[in-house]
Design a protein around this ligand. Structure first.
Ligand code: IPM
Ligand code: MG
Length: 387
């Protein structure tokens, strides 16, 4: 009953999660279903309780069997996890543990965060417009190593004498596989790689540099430069258009990707993909999620920006399901809706009638995308029609 490109099933596990997660995932699902109707495929969706909602239901952020079930799908679409209800630093069970269980448990070592500035959103960026021309970077963040997964000891000792410990291990193979991926991706773009570290302090950073230099000899056509993370943080806002592919370790990638995201005008518009080595019938298995968090302050009000999740779903269609046609159509429809002035509340001032923008909610924005998928299809048909 459910046919993919080769008559096979397209299985996507969804993790709506907490806060605005369920709203943005529902929006993206509608868009994917509509794209499927246009392009002739049907996605078989399953849904999992993960994050704070899972802590409430099961006492853990994600159950082992749910990690396994998600891993058996072709891809995962995730909204967001976490919220004030579960954020007590003393708690031993926290929603974010679900992310680490999925990333580590499913071997999703490569986190891709593309940052481009849509021309219609240039006004929403805190940077001057002249700095934004040509911004098109891809942050390739190592996701299953480093300080996130190193041994740690929680604080112990008496008052005034407490100490805690985190460790930052990296093995050569963990560095090599992500750096190689960064070079491969650079070849499909502007052929530049910036490897970011703190080699003037950290031993692991010096290993990153050595391994990166060795791999670079296999890619003489790609320009490599090394940058210290503090300097990179500064250059990201001074000359963002200079960057193509940035490859870096887990913690630096976490920090730099939030910084870079602000350049695009809103955290709400950016997608991400987390990939490993497992291939499915249709592509590479991956987990896709917007880079924004659960935004509990606006949850349940149908005002969250669904673009980051919708564009994540487009990446999912392209990379995990082999549906470049639907992915490109969704991206074009998002772009068209923005060009026409449709916005969610994070991207416009609803009290300013003079800006020509129309503020609509999460559901209405998804509907606007769906309507523009049809326009895309009609435009293709018109263009292809015999004269
Ligand atoms: C991210 C998030 C997570 C991370 C948090 C929620 C643990 O900030 O995906 O970037 O640090 O990896
Ligand atoms: Mg982060």
């Amino acid at each position: 009953m459910i046919d993919g490109p080769a008559g096979t099933t397209l299985r996507v596990a969804t993790i709506p999660g907490d806060g605005v997660g369920p709203e943005v995932v529902a929006a993206a699902r509608r868009v994917v279903d509509a794209a499927g109707a246009r392009f002739g495929f049907v996605v078989d969706w399953t849904e999992f309780l993960v994050g704070g909602v899972a802590i409430d239901a099961f006492g853990v952020a994600i159950r082992d069997e749910d990690v396994a079930a998600c891993g058996a799908a072709d891809a995962i679409l995730l909204g967001a996890v976490g919220g004030p209800k579960w954020s007590d630093p003393a708690a031993t069970v926290r929603p974010e543990q679900a992310l680490f269980a999925l990333r580590g448990g499913l071997g999703l070592f490569a986190n891709l965060r593309p940052v481009a500035v849509h021309p219609a959103l240039a006004g929403a960026s805190p940077l001057r417009p002249e700095l934004l021309a040509g911004v098109d970077m891809l942050i390739v963040r190592e996701l299953t190593g480093g300080v996130y997964f190193g041994d740690r000891s929680e604080a112990s000792g008496g008052p005034g004498e407490r100490s805690a410990l985190d460790t930052l291990p990296y093995a050569e193979h963990e560095i090599a596989r992500i750096v190689r991926l960064a070079f491969e991706l650079a070849r499909t773009r502007r052929s530049m790689v910036t490897q970011v570290d703190k080699a003037n302090v950290l031993a692991t950073s010096r290993l990153w540099r050595q391994v990166t230099d060795e791999i670079a000899t296999e890619y003489p056509d790609v320009r490599l430069n090394h940058q210290l993370v503090d300097s990179c943080a500064m250059l990201l806002v001074r000359r963002p258009a200079d960057f193509d592919v940035i490859v870096t370790e887990n913690l630096f990638g976490d920090i730099l990707s939030d910084e870079a995201a602000v350049i695009a005008g809103s955290l709400g518009v950016l997608p991400s993909a987390s990939l490993g080595e497992r291939r499915t019938e249709h592509g590479i298995f991956g987990l896709y999620e917007p880079i924004h968090g659960s935004a509990p302050d606006i949850a349940g009000r149908d005002i969250a920006n669904p673009i980051g999740t919708i564009l994540s779903a487009a990446m999912l269609l392209r990379t995990s399901l082999g549906r470049e046609d639907a992915a490109a159509a969704i991206e074009a429809a998002v772009s068209r809706a923005l060009d026409e002035g449709w916005r969610t509340a994070d991207l416009a001032d609803p009290t300013d009638p003079s800006d020509g923008l129309v503020v609509i909610g999460t559901t209405a924005f998804a509907t606007a995308i769906i309507e523009r998928l049809a326009i895309h299809e009609n435009a293709r048909e018109t263009a292809g029609a015999p004269s």
